[in-house]
Each structure stands twice: as C-alpha cells, then as structure tokens.
Design a protein around this ligand. Structure first.
Ligand SMILES: [Zn+2]
Ligand SMILES: [Zn+2]
Length: 363
C-alpha cells in the first residue's frame, strides 16, 4: 500500500480538497509512479466546473504529468524502476484495429485504471481522472500509460507534454500535416492554441495568424511563433485573415478554443479551397455545428484531432528532443508554479486567463 497526497474534487464548483489516498501494490501490468510535476489543464477546470458530468465523483484531478517509476507489477516490460516517464491519458490496447493501423490516439479499447484508490483510513473509493490523477504524489497506471523519456528532460517541462503540448503540436504536425511555406490561422491562444502555433512554426509555415479576444494572449502568441494577430473585437476575423492572404484564406485553420460554435465555423470560412480545418481537442458535450455545405464544395477537409493524433511512445520522445534542441519552447510556457496545497489558487489563475500554463510541483 502506498499513501499519496492528492487533489480530490468531491463536488462541482467547490474548492478542491488536498487529502491522503491509498494506492494498492502494483498488480500485473501496472506501474507505480512517484509524481514530480503535473500541469494544470483546462480540461481539469472543465471537470471542476461540472461541464463534463460523465466524470464520476470523488476524483483525483490532473491528467498531464511526469515522474519516476517507483515499482512495476508482474509482466511489465517497457519500463523499469528509476525510468523517467510522461503519462499518457490514452493508454492504447496495442491490438485493436486502430492501434494496429498506427492510430493509438483513437484506440477502440483503451485500458484506464480509474478506481483503485481509497481515502486513507476508509474503504471509500476515489476515482483517478482519465486513469491518471496526476495531481497526486503517487500514481498507479497501466503500463501503456507510462512512456519513458530521456532522464535529462526536466520534469515540469515534461509534464506539459502529456496533454496540451502533444495535443496542439500534434494537431499541426500529425493531424493537419502543415507543409513548409504554408499559411495557418489558429483560433484561440490558450495553452493548446499556443502549442498549435509552435507546431506550425516547427513545420515551417511562413504565416501564422493567431486569433484571440484577449490582447495579452495575442502578445504571448507572438513570442511562440505567430507572425500576425487578429482580435475579433476589432472587426471581422475572417475578413482580416482573407486580407492577409491575398483574399484566398489560409491553407490550414485550427479551432483551439472548444467552447462555442462560432470560431469553428469562422475557421472553415477562413480556410482556402482544398485547405484543411482542424477541430483540436475535446468538444463540449452536446455541442452541434452548422456548417455551410457550399464551403465543402470547394474540397475543404474538416477533421477532428484527438490528442494531436499522438502515438505517445513515438511523439513524447520526439517532443522532448524538439525541446532539447530549442525548437519547442516550454520554459516560456510555465508562467506560474504552485505546490499541491495551492491547487485552488492554480485553478483561479487558469480561470482568469493570465497564465499560459501553470504547473504543480509535487516533489
Ligand atoms: Zn487499441
Ligand atoms: Zn488536458
């Protein structure tokens, strides 16, 4: 039995409680990870606000994190004690049709450990968000969720790769496959939008237009590679994007907000003929879209991107090496650091839109 301290949500819109939970010894195929850092992602915030009602309560929050393997269960072969790992919230089964075809991000049978923890001193079950619950000092995960990476990679930067960075950079590089010299528009300049911008820059786009309602976020977008910015408050964003691209629209447009219909429809309108519009990440439950059929006549491709079409065992080490060679900026991303006890402050900072990303330092 391992005692971990974790950030537990009992009720929507209530402060998160930091309390001790107990994890059993790692059984066959399981890996016990001593957590070092967890990112604070918008998805956690959606859960806190009750916007994803399918998440069971109580739950240990957090789904992007990095740490050190403490112990492995029987039959585990891909990681060993002492390995540094980034956790994946899409632990692929490796044998379904999608996994075999090379698309583990849409695995038909992901194996998530979600119900193994109990509140210390009781039998009360605590769920682990997305089978991880990274906002805790220890974590028990299925083998495929623990992706080994270079030990030289700092934990805080590594923890960001596990969700927002893989999702955003991957949407540009893997899903849309942005080509050198192409033009790109990214709606939303939060953690994921900034990562899409970085992916487009790494892929060699010549024009990257960041679209956001907040000027401080547009300023930040420029530091990560946006060549132009558009604030829809100052006028029609689609018209502005067309003006910047000789009336044609961009080759690739991305919606990285995920809240409302408008920006996605605008992203489609801002995409040129035969261009690609990508919906990045999680859409809210129940959101419907009204898309012009005429837009589709011009042979536009509209595609969803799950986890940045990431194959974690390929993409996490690749993102680590992009960071180590100075191409992927992560240091600049971490605008605030909090302890686990300050988790509610971390959410408040996220909610106010003043941070690119904050991390919880766990050890
Ligand atoms: Zn699978
Ligand atoms: Zn996330």
């Amino acid at each position: 039995m391992t005692t971990a301290k974790g950030a537990v949500l009992y009720e929507y819109n209530k402060p998160v409680k930091v309390q001790e939970v107990e994890l059993p010894e790692p059984g066959p195929g399981l890996v016990l990870v001593k957590m070092m850092s967890s990112g604070v992602c918008h998805s956690d915030w959606h859960v806190v606000k009750g916007e994803w009602p399918s998440v069971p309560m109580p739950t240990v929050l957090g789904h992007e994190g990095a740490g050190v393997v403490e112990e492995v269960g029987q039959g585990v072969t891909t990681v060993k004690k002492g390995d540094h790992v980034i956790l994946s919230w899409m632990p692929q089964c490796r044998v379904c049709e999608m996994c075999v075809k090379g698309f583990p991000q849409v695995c038909l049978n992901p194996v998530r450990m979600t119900t193994q923890a109990t509140v210390k001193g009781s039998n009360d079950k605590v769920h682990m968000l997305s089978g991880l619950g990274t906002m805790a000092t220890y974590n028990l995960v299925t083998e495929a969720a623990a992706v080994p990476v270079d030990k030289a990679m700092p934990f805080e930067q590594a923890s960001l790769i596990g969700c927002g960075v893989a999702t955003g950079v991957g949407a540009a590089i893997n899903t849309a496959q942005v080509q050198p010299g192409s033009t790109v528009a990214v709606f939303g300049a939060g953690g994921v939008g900034i990562s899409v911008i970085q992916g487009a820059r790494i892929a060699g786009a010549s024009m990257i237009i960041s679209v956001d309602m907040l000027d401080n976020k547009l300023q930040m977008a420029k530091e990560f590679g946006a060549t132009h910015t558009v604030n829809p408050k100052a006028g029609d964003a689609v018209a502005k994007i067309k003006e910047l691209t000789g009336g044609l629209g961009v080759h690739y447009a991305f919606e990285a907000i995920g809240l409302v219909e408008g920006p996605f429809v605008q992203a489609i309108e801002a995409t040129r003929n035969r261009g690609v519009t990508t919906w990045v990440g999680h859409s809210p439950e129940g959101l419907m879209l009204n898309i012009s059929a005429r837009a589709l006549m011009m042979e536009k491709t509209i595609i969803g991107s799950m986890y940045g079409s990431s194959r974690p065992h390929v993409d996490f080490p690749r993102l680590v090496s992009l960071y180590q060679t100075g191409q992927l900026k992560l240091d600049e991303f971490i605008t605030k650091r909090f302890s686990l006890n300050q988790v509610n402050e971390a959410f408040a900072a996220l909610g106010s839109g003043q941070v690119a990303r904050s991390v919880l330092t766990l050890a």
